[in-house]
Ligand binder design. Structure first.
Ligand code: ADP
Ligand code: MG
Length: 246
């Protein structure tokens, strides 16, 4: 058994938005519906991810259809995998494996309010990345310094960072986010709160690609943060998971 398995409380899921795709029942559904890379699927089972949680069942198909999403689901319900799985599926081939010169630059950015959370997300990401040469960067002062070399900078697939770190590299011109296709705000209640909002907005503004997909994940989204979230997202779907008492 998996000590980390999310609590098996019954979950009530409500969705709001236009053309909401149906949830998946099992991870295997993703292969038929979205042609999920086999390696991702096998990495799920080898890490004991057998059945999707409520938020995963709903959020993964929404994101794989390219929609913007606001997802609210309690702590411990598996929000991390809910966005990592579709992001890594959509990115397809890791940049370092592709034939072209890799001048496309960073394609996914995951923002988290603390260094510790960024670290946890990075670990989850590495589990899914097993067997493929993804360049996944947990952003720090040290990795920021390596960006001076263009060939290093251009081979990054995914950046996981706090807003402060990323903004520093944007401001010194070493980092360009104009080819980012996926932007995730994890623990969005904090990222959209007064402490981080201006930095978060600066990162969003730097992601200028017209096909940018944005999503926010949080355990709670107070009215103020929700209003900001909804203004950032385009035709979003909103998913709320509540735990039922049994
Ligand atoms: P949240 O961000 O909602 O607080 P996490 O993404 O941190 O939750 O996941 C909580 C724990 O549940 C982690 O240890 C993770 O590995 C585990 N987990 C996530 N999804 C599944 C799943 N489908 N099956 C089993 N364990 C899972
Ligand atoms: Mg989390």
């Amino acid at each position: 058994s998996n000590d980390n398995a999310p609590e098996k409380k019954r979950q009530r899921v409500t969705t709001k938005g236009s053309d909401v795709p149906p949830p998946i029942v099992s991870f295997n559904d993703l292969q038929e519906r979205f042609n999920l890379p086999k390696r991702l699927l096998s990495n799920l089972s080898s890490n004991n991810y057998v059945n999707p949680t409520g938020i995963q069942a709903h959020a993964v198909p929404i994101l794989l259809e390219g929609r913007d999403l606001a997802a609210i689901s309690p702590t411990g319900t598996g929000k991390t995998l809910s966005y990592l799985l579709p992001v890594m599926s959509s990115l397809g081939v890791p940049m370092s494996n592709s034939k072209h010169d890799g001048s496309d630059g960073v394609r996914a950015v995951i923002l988290a309010p603390t260094r510790e959370l960024a670290h946890q997300i990075h670990n989850e990401c590495l589990k899914l990345a097993e067997g493929r040469k993804w360049r996944i960067v947990l952003f720090s002062k040290a990795t920021a310094a390596t960006l001076a070399v263009k060939s290093v900078r251009d081979k990054i697939d995914i950046i996981i960072s706090t807003p402060l770190r990323l903004v520093a590299s944007l401001q010194d011109g070493k980092l360009v986010l104009n080819n980012v296709r996926h932007l995730v705000l994890d623990e969005a209640d904090r990222l959209l709160d007064s402490e981080f909002i201006s930095q978060t907005e600066e990162v969003i503004a730097a992601c200028t690609h017209p096909e940018l997909q944005k999503c926010v994940f949080s355990a709670t989204l107070p009215a103020g943060a929700e209003k900001i979230a909804m203004s950032l997202l385009m035709d979003p779907i909103r998913v709320v998971v509540g735990l039922k008492d049994t």
